[in-house]
Design a protein. Structure first.
Length: 362
């Protein structure tokens, strides 16, 4: 229950409300010029208590800028350096300039929706979703800490990412590209047929190659984080064993012969990690594309090519998921839906053959 009381101030008559929260703690709030304003406030507050959405006004006075560092540091402990670099940029460029000085309880869903819609007019869906995700994450932390009960980031209409048209090479084209890559021939074969990420291949060491079982053990990743390159865990934090075609393993075995177990498999000109190549400059990868005559594609697209070859060879979703290191099979299906759709026709043809044999035997 709550009550309204009158008091005198230097500016005249005012009203304050007295009420108890869900835990029985007494609270007061003053400054109302009219009694009906105080009555309306206490009515809304009591209704919020009954609905479980009441928030202590003092707690919810925290600003977005005050909470952002705490949220960022919590994410930093469980996220990859490259991801944290993107979050830092989103906070600095899009979130804090807009919301930094605003108090938690001053932002409404309509405000967030207007911001998202405006941002989507100028920026890509990826940029918008990342900025929105930062604000939503801060509010989720505030809810867990009991600072607020409801987040204004719920039920927001978000832009959709457009699915990029991918370029898939044929096995013959992968070999042509590899043959034009000189000393990096084996690297291209591994990327195009085994589906490793560039950073995973760059971090491979001789001890990760099992020539007897024809497998590669992936448990490191070499990526750029800001102005530096760092070696850490794979993108999804999960180690995995990748099967290697015998012909590719034969090439790998030649390359690692005589090397120490801790030595890098693929190296740059200085013997260190090999940095990612671009198709748009005069590096060896761009030259190999031109010389081989294959369609121009980014290095990362060789990973998609490996998935395409595996699927066309009859690999099921689970096998492709494990090969690529996806978190779950649904991610693999979402990423390569177009390839699995094409594969469905092969399934229908195979079933048709079984039916024809069955009919013939009757």
């Amino acid at each position: 229950m709550g009550s309204v009381h009158e008091y005198s101030s230097s500016t005249g008559k005012r009203f304050y409300v007295s009420y108890r929260d869900e835990n029985g703690k007494q609270h007061t709030k003053g400054g109302f010029r009219r009694k009906r304003d105080a009555q309306q406030w206490i009515a809304e507050t009591l209704t919020a208590m009954e609905a479980g959405t009441f928030t202590d006004p003092i707690k919810s006075n925290s600003t977005i800028a005050a909470l952002a560092p705490q949220w960022y540091e919590a994410k930093k402990g469980v996220s990859k350096p490259t991801y944290m670099r993107d979050l830092e940029s989103a906070l600095r460029v899009h979130v804090l300039p807009k919301w930094g000085r605003r108090k938690l309880n001053s932002i409404k869903p309509s405000h967030v929706q207007a911001w998202v819609s405006e941002l989507a007019q100028e920026k890509s869906a990826t940029v918008v979703l990342r900025a929105y995700g930062c604000l939503k994450g801060i509010y989720e932390m505030a809810m867990r800490d009991g600072l607020i009960k409801v987040s204004p980031c719920e039920h927001i209409t978000l832009p959709r990412k457009m699915r990029k048209q991918r370029t898939y090479l044929t096995p013959e084209q992968v070999i042509s590209l590899a043959n034009a890559s000189g000393e990096h021939r084996t690297l291209i074969l591994v990327l195009g047929f085994c589906g490793l990420r560039w950073g995973e291949a760059s971090a491979l060491r001789v001890e990760d190659i099992d020539t007897n079982k024809n497998t590669i053990s992936v448990h490191r990743n070499y990526v750029r984080a800001g102005r530096e390159h760092v070696e850490g865990a794979p993108k999804t934090w999960e180690n995995r064993i990748v099967p290697v075609p015998r012909l590719i393993m034969r090439e790998l075995a030649k390359d690692i012969e005589g090397k120490k177990p801790s030595a890098l498999v693929f190296t740059g000109w200085d013997g260190g990690h090999l940095h990612e190549q671009s198709r748009h400059n005069n590096g060896w990868y761009a030259k190999a594309i031109r010389e081989s005559g294959v369609p121009s594609l980014a290095v990362h697209d060789l990973r998609h090519t490996a998935a395409s070859i595996a699927i066309s060879s009859g690999a099921n979703v689970k096998a492709v998921q494990k090969m690529l290191g996806h978190k779950n099979a649904s991610m693999t299906l979402d990423t390569y839906a177009d390839l699995f759709d094409k594969d469905m026709h092969k399934v229908a043809d195979s079933i048709n053959d079984v039916i024809e044999v069955s009919i013939t035997s009757l």
